[in-house]
Design a protein around this ligand. Structure first.
Ligand code: GLN
Length: 534
């Protein structure tokens, strides 16, 4: 029988529920259990695909083409198993399902209400992952903070679920903050007591408290929390600020979070988790022998979360090359023909990021020109690949008018153009080319060397593509298309010769890099950057 773990958050947002959930899942997985994690987001957008990256960080795309919260990226990076549409649900999607059913007449004349209809739909979505009996444990993370109006239906759904699942079949972990008051030199428990009260008001008694803290929690403080919040003393877990998110599974292991949860769920498993691979990765991460400097040229640089998976892919690739990767965000709007050399000359490698819209494109083209002409390792992702094509036409093939119709809809040299099946689409939500597609790689290419195979699958999120009408001009001019989608002929990878490392990809390799399987393009890019002299 599948057992359930619910993770709620109190006091403030951004406490790292996703990392705690992923860390616990890792420990359980390495004890031989089959675990998955799902996230409920209490906002009304049907999915985060229509959100500006400044709002909510990166939009993570799953194999099956769902546009999801970036926490799913952490789940995949930690667990090394793919997630799917069912792993991320928003309030918007819950309501959409219920309203569609109402329009079909499925409620047979009943008044449709938050309880039971919305809460039933939430419960159905929780249980959906249990359907194929693929998992022993499902961890459900409730986004937002307990006490928010938006979270109430989720808490009510958990209360009902806990009741119907019966004793020993579910556990509620409440993640909370223990602030340190500098003036009083004291750690304070009151905000946590209040947030547990909020949970109790919703009919939920947490089983475990995970306490985020800057300083170790003294025993008396743990005892006090246990007493006031009505949990066992050993179920008050300290979650100290960590040097890297990849330390958290080991910190949670030290605190016995996995043992406590398994005991409460009555599950028997291996005595200890097998974390050899994880520890080996951490060892490499923390003992780099060299340092490499990468410029990340993008336009959402103010918010690190906007390029979350790219940053994490560099962490994985750095560990695999036993070097420290220092990534410096460069705002493409600040790059011009005059200052690009001075701004980029100190880097071993340049990555041009994905993105949407015309803002900052000139700077991206300058960065690519600089990398191409000076033989600096270059890696373009999605929009970065499209810009590499435009730059090549403009500066190498002297076609100054070459452009993407995304930035100039009336361009008469549309080397990047809207995909045919996108032309009739007007709705913005969930309508891009999304998810995993095949790519066939050309023998002898850089891509072939990197992947060591000729058939790959990668994930996508775009509306525009390389315009094949310009293919001969591109290839005769010296840029090769070395990866193609066999069904649609769409260009997936471009490269130039006579350059130590120049690759642009239409897909998003950063979405598939995990601790166990660092993405080969990131690994190769870092390796090439390490041998670039500056
Ligand atoms: N804006 C481009 C497109 O839609 C690139 C998208 C991206 O970088 N994810 O094709």
């Amino acid at each position: 029988m599948v057992k359930y773990i619910f993770v709620t958050g109190g006091v403030t947002s951004s406490l790292g529920k996703g990392i705690i959930a992923a860390s616990l899942a890792k420990l359980l997985q390495e004890r031989g259990l089959r675990v998955t994690i799902q996230k409920f987001d209490p906002y009304i957008n049907v999915d985060p695909g229509t959100l500006n990256p400044y709002e909510h960080g990166e939009c993570y795309v799953t194999e099956d083409g769902a546009e999801t919260d970036l926490d799913l990226g952490h789940y995949e990076r930690f667990l090394n198993i793919p997630t799917s549409q069912a792993n991320n649900i928003t309030t918007g999607r819950i309501y959409q399902t219920v309203i569609n059913k109402e329009r079909e007449g499925a409620y047979l004349g009943k008044t449709v209400q938050v309880i039971p209809h919305i809460t039933d739909e939430i419960q159905r979505r929780v249980k959906l992952l249990a359907q194929n009996e693929e998992f022993d444990i499902i961890i459900t993370e409730i986004g937002g903070t307990v006490g928010d109006i938006e979270s109430l239906p989720y808490l009510e759904a958990i209360r009902q679920l806990k009741r119907s699942l019966g004793k020993d079949n579910s556990v509620v972990i409440h993640l909370t903050l223990i602030p340190y008051l500098k003036a009083a030199k004291e750690l304070k428990t009151k905000p946590s007591q209040h947030s547990v009260k909020e949970l109790l008001q919703a009919g939920i008694q947490p089983d475990v408290l995970v306490c985020r803290t800057e300083f170790p929690l003294p025993k008396e403080l743990k005892d006090k929390l246990a007493l006031f919040c009505n949990v066992d003393e050993q179920s008050v877990i300290e979650a100290l600020d960590a040097e890297t998110i990849y330390d958290v599974p080991l910190l949670m292991l030290k605190e016995n979070l996995d043992k406590i949860v398994l005991k409460k769920l009555g599950i028997k498993s291996k005595e200890t988790p097998e974390l050899d691979l994880w520890k080996k990765f951490l060892g490499k991460l923390k003992n780099p022998t060299r340092e490499v400097h990468i410029a990340l040229v993008g336009k959402y640089n103010e918010l690190q979360d906007a390029y979350k998976s790219i940053y994490e892919s560099f962490v994985h690739a750095g560990a695999s090359n036993e070097c420290k990767v220092v990534v410096t965000p460069i705002h493409s709007e600040t790059l011009s023909a005059e200052n690009t050399v001075s701004k980029l000359k100190g880097f071993h490698g340049i990555l041009v990021a994905p993105g949407f819209g015309g803002r900052g494109i000139e700077g991206k083209l300058e960065a690519i020109r600089f990398a191409r002409e000076n033989k600096v390792p270059f890696f373009g992702i999605c929009l970065g690949m499209q810009c590499a094509v435009i730059e090549f036409f403009q500066n190498v093939l002297s076609n100054k008018d070459a452009n993407s119709t995304e930035f100039d809809s009336s361009s008469d040299q549309p080397v990047i153009d809207l995909m045919e099946d996108q032309k009739k689409i007007s709705n913005k939500g969930g309508t891009m080319r999304l998810g995993s597609y095949d790519c066939k790689i050309m023998k002898g290419s850089l891509a072939h060397k990197i992947y060591s195979k000729m058939e790959i699958k990668e994930r996508h999120r775009h509306r525009y593509e390389f315009n094949n009408a310009f293919r001969d001009a591109l290839e005769n001019g010296g840029m090769s298309i070395t990866g193609i989608n066999p069904q649609s002929n769409l260009a997936e990878i471009v490269e130039i010769k006579n350059h130590p490392f120049f690759i642009g990809v239409q897909f998003h390799p950063e979405l598939k890099s995990t601790v166990e399987n660092p993405h080969p393009i990131f690994v190769a890019f870092i390796k090439a950057s390490l041998s670039h002299p500056i």
